[in-house]
Design a protein around this ligand. Structure first.
Ligand code: NAP
Length: 508
């Protein structure tokens, strides 16, 4: 009884972990699932009647109350103990499973009633339905079980599936097919939940974050990651004092994690080129790049030393030049990742090809900021320089950059995504008039720093996003973006314009 139940639980918990359900939710899910299976007398009878060694062959270490440890133990135990359940044994069990399906179904309906949990429940039911109808032709349930456990990724799953004959493989694929699952994270998800669900994607990795200061998302992101033992965190900033404060705190709390700092002013092409040369000389390759540095709502039009409007220069051109300048260092076993910190504020402006620098040049209507939307948000509207519109343009540019990156470096295994972290009370608001900020914070759904970094972490770590051409995440979920921010022709045109503006050409 215990074993078969644990197999089912294990299959569901593997799925749950993979799709990014937080550990607390997984534990609750397991408890609920456990209860509903335990209540099934039909199943109990079936398993009690079956005296096979396989049931004792897989010790499940639930006593530790540490799910990950339990899973690791289980996986290695299964490898160490191939189990001898034959298809005949399985067929003895199969009729009883029909009754179990009903009970599990009922239990899962109850679970679902409690909260919107996982699509997994439906999939597990389908898996069990298939089990009962196909009466598997597979030689050994044990083979199928060992097939479940070592699945590390979709490709391995497919390879394994090809290697396993008969319908049982299809059954298992239902239970572990992460492509059909939704990520169960949302607007309240804490950064540590994401990091602990994707811990494997952090361990031993080198991660570079731009714009790190003590009160910003970059620092919270780095701290959250550090808990799962990355190999090296490279923190960049324009202020050595600010970044060293973060470095000190991290090194005190996580002495095993190397933290390296690098001066980088992303609004200066010279500074970017100097920093990129240093990064290119590092012995390590970079698994994940987070283009986090940004400014918002600068009241008066300001330009950088290269003559570009400051939002455009800092939020976009800086990311464009720095990313391309270190592209050859972006190499990772599972595929490197670029995460661009965009914003839902992108919606306030398309990219202004006719007047990207806010110099008062005529703008075609297609590049006008959306008037009705600005009014609906109580924001000033106009065709000249306005802080929200300049910020919006720069964040739209990051979206188009991600689209073009997917096309140009996607085939090299580099995935690029944009994220909106949510509204968080960081220093980003320093240029926004105080009264406006206070009013806004009253009506906007605000997030804590930890909730804010969770979407960045999903963008950086979730294996399901690898190779994806969807480019934008909000509240930890993929979201559609306005046409003007994902149009392929615009993306290509912006890339070419950006090359001209930075005076360098990049082809891949
Ligand atoms: N907080 C939000 O509500 C929110 C919402 C949507 C999107 N975002 C995005 O999230 C990212 C992080 O913002 P945050 O909220 O953490 O704000 P933050 O605390 O102001 O952090 C931004 C960081 O960027 C740095 N930075 C600015 N200009 C730079 C430059 N020229 N070179 C190097 N670093 C520079 C800042 O350094 P200094 O301290 O030296 O200026 C700061 O460390 C930004 O891209 C922002 O647009 C935030």
């Amino acid at each position: 009884m215990v074993l078969f139940r644990n197999i089912l639980i294990f299959a569901s918990s593997v799925s749950a972990l993979r799709i990014g359900v937080g550990r607390r939710d997984v534990q609750t899910f397991i408890n609920d699932f456990d209860n509903c299976v335990t209540k099934s007398t039909a199943f109990k009878t079936a398993v009690d009647n079956y005296n096979g060694g396989v049931l004792a062959a897989i010790p499940i270490s639930t006593a530790t109350n540490d799910l990950q440890t339990a899973l690791n133990h289980t996986t290695s135990d299964v490898h160490a103990n191939p189990s001898p359940l034959s298809s005949a044994d399985f067929n003895t069990l199969a009729p009883h499973i029909g009754a179990l399906v009903h009970d599990i179904d009922q239990g899962l309906t109850d679970i679902k009633g409690k909260r919107d949990l996982l699509k997994a429940d439906g999939l597990i039911k389908q898996a069990i339905d298939l089990l009962t109808t196909t009466q598997t032709t597979h030689d050994s349930l044990a083979d199928a079980i060992t097939f479940i456990f070592p699945v590390e990724d979709q490709q391995t799953a497919r390879d394994s599936k090809a290697a396993v004959d008969g319908s049982f493989a299809d059954v298992i694929m239902f239970a572990v097919n992460i492509e059909e699952f939704q990520i169960d994270f949302g607007d309240k998800t804490e950064g540590k939940e994401v990091v602990s669900a994707f811990a494997d994607q952090v361990r031993g990795k080198t991660i570079l974050i731009t714009g790190v200061g003590p009160n910003g998302l970059g620092a919270t992101f780095a701290e959250t990651l550090a808990a799962e033992a990355p190999r090296l965190l490279i923190l960049t900033a324009r202020s050595s004092e600010k970044v060293e404060t973060v470095q000190k705190k991290l090194s005190n709390t996580f002495p095993g994690v190397e933290v390296r700092v690098l001066l980088l002013d992303v609004s200066s092409f010279d500074s970017i080129r100097r920093a990129a040369a240093i990064v290119n000389d590092y012995p390590e390759s970079i698994d994940i790049l987070i283009n986090n540095a940004g400014v918002m709502n600068i009241e008066e039009r300001t330009t950088n030393s290269d003559g570009f409007e400051m939002h455009l220069a800092t939020n976009y051109l800086g990311a464009f030049l720095f990313t391309n300048s270190i592209m050859r260092k972006l190499v990772s076993d599972g595929g490197a990742r670029i995460v661009n910190l965009s914003s839902s504020g992108y919606i306030f402006s398309p990219f202004r090809f006719a007047d990207y620098n806010f110099e008062g040049k005529p703008l075609p209507e297609s590049e006008h900021p959306p008037k009705a939307l600005c009014e609906a948000y109580g924001l000033p509207w106009g065709l000249g320089y306005l802080p929200t519109i300049a910020y919006g343009q720069s964040k739209t540019a990051l979206m188009l950059f991600s689209t073009q990156l997917a096309k140009s470096v996607g085939q090299k295994g580099i995935t690029s995504v944009c994220v909106h972290p949510g509204a968080i009370a960081t220093d980003l608001w320093r240029h926004t008039p105080r009264d406006n900020v206070e009013e806004l914070f009253k009506v906007m759904p605000m997030k804590t720093h930890s909730q804010g970094v969770s979407t960045i972490l999903v963008g950086a770590l979730d294996p399901k996003l690898a190779g994806s051409e969807s480019i934008y995440l909000e509240d930890c979920q993929l979201q559609e973006v306005a046409e003007f921010a994902r149009d392929a022709a615009h993306a290509e045109r912006l890339w070419e314009l950006s090359e001209e503006l930075v005076g360098e050409f990049f082809s891949y």
